[in-house]
Design a protein around this ligand. Structure first.
Ligand code: BG6
Length: 493
């Protein structure tokens, strides 16, 4: 029984005292904005998490106005239907819609004039300007350039307005393109102004990895090769690539999921304790891990990676395709702490269930005086049914000594009364507040691409077979055989 239920996990904006802010979303009519960003912002409005003086400038290519844009978003999102009308009205009063071409200087000059209309330097009211790049990635560089060239970053200088940009994924397509984008952005903005998003960082359960590891003294002494046999990170999805198949076909599971979400989770799980909870310290520690992921070679690609594709994908992608919709791989973190510990990473679409889990498999006792001392397993269920589980051996009541492996569960739903904040809400709030701790630094992005390049840019990668699997299964049979040959099995079943 868990005592002290928390009634409300939200901290209203008036407590936070957030400055006047205009958030501009480029790509506002795209799926990301309509399905994730606007619902998150409305939810924040409902919980009074937005600054009192807040404007939202939605920029899209469609010919709409604030009213027709809002109707379009509300119609598209089932979540928004549940938001009370009074909240929608309040939110609507903050909304601006601006039609623009993302590669047109004239569009940006017009936007600059529009945003300036809201500033009142004489009465000390200048808005912080935040720009969210939610367009297709081909526009990122141009938007960054034009924001500067068309004067959207300046003005109100004496009021020290803050300007920040948030860049959606995919951040690059490989190391070279990620480097080029970083260098272009860094020509126009300082690192402190650039927020590279990985929405997994916004998930409560991902943030909890650090807390469980470093706030409980029982784990850290065991968190190494001497006590941990292996680790599994599995992110399984039931959805197909269908609606995004054309984009996805250029991407595949490794770029879409492993390069970012999976490697970020892996770095949080394996890094050393940051000296302090600052963005600099946390990101330094994560990057130390990302830098020493053992690169794949032609040889290790043959034995350490399985690609899969679900039946029917090629048709969705518009023809023949070798893009992987499933991947399983064995990675190693080349530090003394983790020498020899395999990290089995797995993700895929059109699988039998949606679940994201990290499981840390401890070694069995060196000597077991009972029959079957099963290995302890610590599982972080990232989603759904957010929870942490620990498998421990117990005695089965009775006259003999038989062991039972029991599951000690900490479930969020039972422990906390209010709903868990969504990842985008958390990250948008951090963006508004100027907190970079959950965002990815340029060197982290480059280190993870360097590792991913050792896979995708390796000529052997094209030759590795793509195993076809039926939708609604656990993926290709080869992925089962892959881990079984190491005398282990997938824990997330
Ligand atoms: C995105 C990927 O980053 O994350 C998608 O591009 C994926 O392919 C999505 O479906 C999964 O997010 P979540 O929060 O539902 O696990």
């Amino acid at each position: 029984m868990i005592k002290n239920q928390r009634k409300d996990i939200h901290h209203p904006a008036h407590i936070r005292n957030l400055p006047p802010t205009i958030l501009t979303i480029f790509g506002a009519t795209g799926d990301l904005a309509a399905d994730y960003l606007l619902p998150a912002l409305l939810h924040m409005e409902e919980h009074r998490l937005l600054p009192a003086d807040f404007k939202l400038a939605c920029v899209g290519r469609r010919d709409l106005n604030a009213k027709s844009y809002f109707d379009f978003v509300v119609k598209k999102s089932s979540v928004l239907k549940k938001i009370p009308q009074a909240v929608k009205n309040r939110f609507f009063s903050r909304l601006i819609y601006y039609r623009a071409d993302f590669d047109s200087p004239a569009s940006f000059a017009g936007l600059s004039r529009l945003l300036s209309l809201h500033d009142r330097p004489e009465s000390d009211r200048c808005y912080n300007r935040l720009y969210y790049f939610a367009t297709s990635p081909q526009y990122f560089a141009g938007i960054a350039r034009m924001l500067k060239a068309e004067g959207l970053l300046t003005g109100c200088a004496e009021h020290k307005r803050q300007v920040r940009i948030l860049v959606e994924k995919p951040f690059g397509f490989n190391l070279a393109s990620a480097r080029a984008l970083n260098s272009l952005l860094l020509k126009n903005f300082s690192e402190e102004q650039i927020y590279r998003i990985d929405h997994y960082q916004g998930k409560e359960t991902v943030q909890n990895l650090m807390v469980v590891r470093f706030a409980n003294s029982i784990f850290e002494p065991l968190w190494n090769k001497d006590h941990i046999d292996h680790v599994e990170i599995s992110v399984l999805e039931t959805d197909t690539a269908k609606l995004r198949a054309v984009y996805y076909d250029q991407t595949g599971a490794i770029r879409d999921f492993v390069q970012n979400h999976v490697l970020q989770v892996l770095s949080l799980l394996t890094m050393d304790e940051p000296y302090e909870l600052t963005a600099e310290n946390i990101r330094n520690e994560k990057n130390k891990i990302l830098k020493v992921l053992r690169p794949f070679t032609a040889g290790s690609l043959k034995t350490g990676l399985i690609k899969g594709q679900y039946v029917g994908y090629a048709r969705e992608a518009g023809g023949e395709s070798r893009t992987e919709t499933f991947v399983a791989l064995k990675a190693f973190v080349d530090t003394p702490r983790w020498q020899g510990v395999p990290f089995y990473l797995r993700t895929g679409k059109a699988l039998h269930k949606k679940v994201a889990e990290v499981s840390v498999h401890f070694k069995e006792p060196a000597r077991c005086i009972f029959k079957n001392c099963a290995a302890n397993i610590l599982t972080f269920r990232l989603q759904p049914d957010e929870s942490v589980h620990l498998q421990l051996n117990n005695k089965i009541p009775g006259f003999g000594i038989e062991l039972h492996q029991g599951d000690y569960e900490f479930g969020y739903k039972r422990a906390f009364a209010s709903e868990i904040p969504g990842a985008y809400e958390r990250l948008l709030l951090d963006f508004i507040e100027g907190d970079q701790r959950l965002f990815i630094r340029s060197d982290e992005i480059e280190s993870s691409w360097k590792f991913i390049d050792s896979i995708i840019e390796n000529p052997e990668f094209q030759k590795t077979p793509v195993h076809i699997y039926k939708p609604k299964t656990t993926g290709p049979a080869e992925a089962e055989a892959f881990i079984k040959k190491d005398l282990r099995e997938w824990w997330t079943r």
